[in-house]
Design a protein around this ligand. Structure first.
Ligand code: GLC
Length: 413
């Protein structure tokens, strides 16, 4: 048995490591999440009034792409169409239920893809497969599937090279024939380098499915390492995660995660070899609430100070105690991640020095010459038994004035 080699697009996707998810549509004006139509049973006539007030006046794709860059994110996955069936792109002969036919009068997907390219961000398209608007979804399913396929074809042929598609909704009809050969075949024909991802939802995290699927999803859950022994294809993993408890704007949802927790989450994803797709929900006008951009910028600073160790490193069998772990890059660099080190000040301000004790890592067989913190370049005392692969390190904790939450050291060989 052996582990298959990742195809180029999949290897590149893994190296992007960290992306921004954006849930935004006419529903954002209600500030109660993207499921509100369904949850409240809002009839079409009433829901469609949201199109009349959709101006997108604060939607600034350049600003969002810049935010992603500053946050250390390499790609953005935008809801081009969500379950309500409303599209942020020109659906051409398929109909008018899109942003061009609202007061906004703009092709927002075009603004998005153009801005991404200007700022070195790879654009991805979230696209629903479930549809609450198109009557064919429950009436003539075959006609609906052709509508869906054609929608995807439009997205494949009008917006330049894209990073991939992120489908969501097949779980709504688990027994249906979704004609995936045709849908995915359309993507392979026009965008051979695009990733194909299909969200398997909360109940089937990490499940594969169709052979064209390039990455599994872990919706709102910690990814587990993927067992690729003897697998027909190398498939990557991605965990999508909300900043609070909603994907689309939740005006009264104050339950934001802390940057510290999110830094740990990002590290835990990389420990399992998976990407993190962290979500923001712009408000009804398309502006990004300050708390969201603020949190992302803090994480971006952390990434910058850790020298980008999260991008290239892959799981390599180096494990520490507790949550500590190691990653190795293709060119042989090894990074060790230390969780929960204390701040070392003096008796008056130090909270807890008990965790400054030595940390052990297993699986380090190459002879280590030095161990160095990435954030300040200081060297650490260590002892290694290269035969057993055990490495003991004396971490110094955080100098008073800092707390990186997870601190990263590089091994020099
Ligand atoms: C779920 C929800 C959807 C959301 C998605 C993101 O599938 O139906 O609203 O877009 O998760 O992972």
């Amino acid at each position: 048995m052996s582990i298959p080699k990742p195809e180029k697009r999949i290897a590149e996707f893994e190296k992007m490591a960290y992306g921004m998810f954006i849930h935004w549509g006419v529903y954002s004006q209600l500030g109660q999440g993207e499921w509100i139509k369904n949850m409240k049973g809002i009839p079409d006539e009433e829901y469609d009034k949201l199109l009349e007030t959709f101006t997108a006046k604060d939607f600034d794709a350049d600003k969002i792409a810049c935010l992603a860059r500053e946050a250390g994110m390499k790609y953005i996955t935008l809801t081009t169409r969500h379950h309500d069936g409303f599209s942020l792109y020109d659906t051409k002969e398929l109909g008018d239920y899109n942003s061009l036919h609202t007061p906004a009068g703009r092709d927002l997907v075009r603004e998005f893809t153009d801005a991404c390219r200007r700022h070195g961000i790879v654009p991805f398209f979230y696209h629903t497969t479930l549809d609450w608007h198109n009557p064919d979804f429950n009436g003539n399913f075959d006609a609906y599937l052709e509508y869906l396929r054609r929608s995807v074809e439009i997205l494949c042929t009008n917006y330049g090279k894209i990073g991939g598609f992120w489908f969501d909704g097949n779980w709504s009809r688990p027994d249906a024939d979704w004609k995936l050969d045709e849908l995915y075949g359309t993507i392979r024909r026009y965008q051979p380098d695009a990733m194909i991802i299909n969200n398997t939802g909360l109940s089937a995290r990490g499940a594969t499915g169709h052979p064209e699927i390039d990455s599994v999803t872990f919706e709102q859950g910690l990814p587990h390492p993927i067992d690729r022994e003897g697998a027909p294809k190398y498939v990557s993993g991605e965990m999508c995660f909300t900043l609070n408890d909603h994907w689309a704007y939740g005006q009264n949802d104050y339950n934001y995660k802390s940057p510290a927790d999110l830094i740990k989450t990002l590290c835990r994803c990389r420990k399992a070899g998976a990407n993190l797709l962290l979500n923001i929900g712009p408000d009804g006008d398309g502006g990004v609430p300050e708390i969201m951009s603020g949190i992302l910028k803090v994480i971006g600073r952390w990434i910058e100070q850790t020298g980008g160790a999260i991008y290239d490193g892959k799981p390599c069998g180096i494990a520490g105690a507790g949550e500590d772990f190691g990653l190795k890059t293709e060119d042989g660099r090894v990074y060790l991640f230390f969780f929960d080190l204390p701040i070392v000040g003096n008796e008056s301000v130090t909270v807890d020095t008990s965790k400054v004790g030595p940390r052990a890592f297993a699986g380090v067989h190459d002879k280590v010459r030095a161990v160095r913190w990435l954030d300040n370049g200081r060297e650490l005392a260590f002892a290694q038994d290269a035969d057993t692969g055990l490495l003991g390190i004396q971490p110094t904790g955080y100098p008073y004035g800092s707390n990186m939450v997870v601190r990263v050291a590089e091994l020099l060989f």
